[in-house]
Design a protein. Sequence first.
Length: 705
Amino acid sequence: MSMSPEDAVRYETRDGVALLTIDFPPVNALGAPMREGMALRLTQAQDDPAVKAIVVVGANDRFVAGADIREFGKPKVGPELQQIQQMLEDSPKPVVCAIDGHALGGGLELALATPFRVAASRAKLGLPEVHLGLLPGAGGTQRLTRLAGPEVALDLILSGRHVSAAKALELGLVDEVTAGPVTDAAIAFARGKAAEGGAFPKLIERTDKTRNIDPAFFETVRQKNAMAWANTVAPTKIVECIEAACTMGPREGLQFEREAFQVCLEAPSRAAQVHLFFAERGAAKVDGLAPDAKPKVIAKVGVIGAGTMGGGIAMSCVNVGLPVVLLEASQEALDGGLAKVRTNYDISVQRGSRTQAQVDKAVGLITPTLDYADLADCDIVIEAVFEDMGIKREIFGKLDKVAKPGAILASNTSALSIDEIARATTRPGDVIGTHFFSPANVMKLCEVVRGDLASDMTIATAMAFAKQIAKVPVLAGNCEGFIGNRILRIYGTEADILLEAGATPSQVDGALKNFGFPMGLYLMRDMSGLDVGYRMRKARIAAGTEDPNSPNYLHRLWDRIVEAGRLGQKSGAGYYKYEGRNASADPQIEAMLTEIAEEKGIVRQSFTEDQIVDRILAAMVNEGAKILEEGIAQRASDIDVTYVFGYGFPKYRGGPMFWAQQRGLDKVLEIILANHAAYGDRWKPAPLLERLVAQGQGWDGTPTA
Ligand code: 3H9
């Protein structure tokens, strides 16, 4: 149901001050009713002779979260934001924005068009449009540059980060910060300005911070980032707009920004990033849970295993103030794990991303122990030891004896059956998978793996807990590899087949890098080390579960690389040869590939980058469609979130399933069918994909035409 403009912006007067309260749930975005309401109420305030000043405030302790993202790509309705800004800027009565909660994007731009701003000390301000593939399109690039200079504008707009009220005051974004009720402070401020009278400041007319800027400054920024920005539009346009603020007059600058905004709006990267914005929020929701399955409160966490994963998980918890009991099997392992945690924090202090005081507080929240009894009062315990079902079952058996009733028992397994682990306890309904990604203190994804036995309450709590520790949760069903690693296996297989068929590691990696992955597959393997996978394979061969002489055995190259003593970056050679960290292609690898092709009777051919990317991505999408149909993922967009936040899939492509839909599901099916004809069963098209193409529908069943 749409809201009336009168309700979207309420009006009252307090002793000569008009109070305009924006009340447009959930986040006071600048939707059409809100813009109409602002126009209406501003006129009302100007027309009222008893009103001497105007204060604009957001309801529910939040200012304005920016443009209504749901309106992008739809026909425009109601007044434009720029018209409201003009009314604010030209107001003969002083206008003050009272900022609490967030003033983001168009919300901050609205505030920058008013002459004065007062912020609550807990408020956050920012121009995060870049995360949506956009730039601030309502004067943000122009007014912020004129207010704070091009360096600050570039920093804030390109990073999209939020700044605190204190920082905003230092930069001049706000005129006053208050620890008390912001509306009262803003009213008092407005009264003072009304009493002073005179002309009120217009940021758009300032030139003191934009005069005499060397054009080389902007050129350097562009050159430094040329590679990283190659596939996106917004960052380059942001630099152009900030430069325009330094070289053009107010009207021209605003027009320049408007046109640049339109270019971004129409770019595929914008659609992809807006898709991800909603996909991330959608992924946190679980369909079909019992209505009374409310998340339990998590106030204390246990982590079993102080290795790389366990240490990273513990850091994620203490970073948000949650105390952690960290358990290891030996004092030596415990000391080593804690030392690694401290080293990680030292690096963040050196980089300036944390203060020593913050780090001391975080480390102080970790209680190391060797005794399971110390886990007794934890609300959730996460096991993060190596992948061995026997050991995990033993740990869960012990946990069952000490954990308090109702505690969530979670496993960080990336491969093993969560139901089998759950059966080692007398309370399988409380057991769940929480699959973190390495380094766990950095990577945002947490696959919450729901076994058949997990209760709704356990699922709801694990999802909420992941959000609590600032992760992006995605619910996955219990199958080999869950969502992410199941697709990764297909992706790796297809890349290995391409190598045998004629490509080289640097060609495959180059194609993936140019597509936007931060790192190619083979560089990644080299970085992780090749010996562990090799040893696991040899064990499978010894056990008779893998046959190295089968035509389907794709690891001859990997095996030969390891057998030649090349263990990856750490030994100076793997798929590449290394000088320090610098990798270069190695003719020895090509020779090995030629040899393997001869043994297998394969005639090597050449591939273009597009062929490589199409083949790898189509295989991923086909597997994604199977995962979706089996109910392992709740929605196609959950697979996108998994790949972007856990596997480095470029954000501006929206994830593999979104990429497929942008490309056309019919086109992707054509690639799959051609490969099916050429290579047989592993390319069998997912029935869901065939059905959607036949019915002309997208992943969510809506018509694609
Ligand atoms: C812009 O401003 C362009 C201008 O420069 C140019 C104009 C001409 N619109 O995140 P949450 C929904 S671009 C519509 O879970 P939190 C969200 O989908 C915009 N809906 O809450 C969710 O819906 P649901 C620049 C929005 O408290 C619900 O609100 N601004 C918008 O954790 C709650 O969201 C931004 O990029 C929106 N703008 O965090 C800010 N924002 O319940 C984007 C949220 O159905 N927003 N929703 O799932 C945020 O960063 C966070 O939402 C915020 C609150 C920090 C505000």
